[in-house]
Design a protein around this ligand. Structure first.
Ligand SMILES: [Fe+2]
Ligand SMILES: [Fe+2]
Length: 287
């Protein structure tokens, strides 16, 4: 089973300020000033091209397809991803896809746009979605919530963790936007972290996933299984952001067989090339 994992695509889309409300105005202006140039169209085209040439069984996208959850951004994301949206694809939302209350509402924009590729719901009262791809079970969580202030925190309710660990009866791969572990050199700030990450890790021990796939922190790493989290934690964000001193643009191909192997692809001179993955032991970071 070959799993291709990309994340934090943050597709650029020009929006009219008149179409924005509340914190989306500030969020959009800050994105135009600080982040727009970091996600150039040439890189996005190179990523879609690189993925189309790779052989894989499942394509996982762990959220942040948009910037301020504007309807126009969702349509744009779907249009760009069109060649990659198949029965092999499984997506979950990131905090930028739940940025405003109006994106959630009774008919959430993420579900409305990507409903075909988000799996089926395991629980009517919470976001636990599952999809079988090539015989492998993928479970998706939504760790995001829209608040009036600009924060990027995540949270997964204990009931969601318990429901997942008690109802899933076969090996599974868990996909969720926020990291559960960070290297000591890249600690998450107070407004950018999964608030109850140690609770999530502890409760998952009842029935741990084979892998935890996430994004949110825009750089790549793999935390190997350890005593606290007995599963690998893979960060493939951001797959469309130009690399700089503290962010590396890339994505992973994970092959699960008798053992698990990892390949990493990074953007270099207008194309994606293969390079060494970045591995950490659990003790080299914190939950
Ligand atoms: Fe992101
Ligand atoms: Fe994020």
């Amino acid at each position: 089973m070959k799993i291709l994992h990309i994340s934090d695509l943050h597709f650029p889309k020009k929006l009219s300020l008149f179409s924005l409300r509340g914190k989306a105005i500030v969020g959009y202006l800050s994105y135009r000033l600080r982040r727009k140039s970091k996600h150039p169209l040439v890189l996005i085209a190179a990523m879609v091209n690189a993925i189309s040439k790779l052989e894989y069984d499942a394509l996982i996208i762990s959220g942040d397809l948009t910037n301020v959850s504007h309807p126009g951004e969702f349509e744009n994301a779907k249009e760009i991803l069109k060649p990659l949206l198949t029965d092999k694809t499984f997506l979950i939302p990131g905090n930028h896809d739940r940025y405003q209350k109006r994106a959630i509402g009774p008919s959430p924009l993420f579900e409305k746009t990507f409903g075909e590729w988000i799996g089926t719901s395991l629980d009517p009262n919470s976001y636990i979605r599952s999809k079988k791809i090539g015989g492998k079970l993928f479970i998706g969580w939504d760790s995001n919530f829209a608040v009036p202030r600009i924060t990027a925190n995540g949270y997964v309710a204990p009931e969601i963790i318990e429901k997942t660990t008690s109802s899933v009866k076969e090996p599974y791969i868990l996909v969720c936007h926020h990291p559960l572990w960070n290297p000591k050199t890249e600690i998450e700030s107070r407004g950018h972290r999964m608030l109850n990450r140690s609770e999530v890790v502890n409760k998952l021990k009842a029935n741990p996933p084979e892998l935890y796939l996430h994004g949110h922190t825009h750089t790549n790493w793999i935390k190997l299984p350890g005593p606290k989290a007995p599963f690998a934690i893979v960060n493939s964000a951001s797959s469309t952001r130009l690399s700089d001193r503290s962010h590396e643009c890339g994505f992973h191909m994970i092959e699960i067989g008798k053992s698990t192997s990892y390949r990493r692809f990074i953007y270099s001179e207008d194309k994606f090339i293969e390079t060494n993955p970045i591995f950490y032991e659990e003790s080299e970071g914190v939950i």
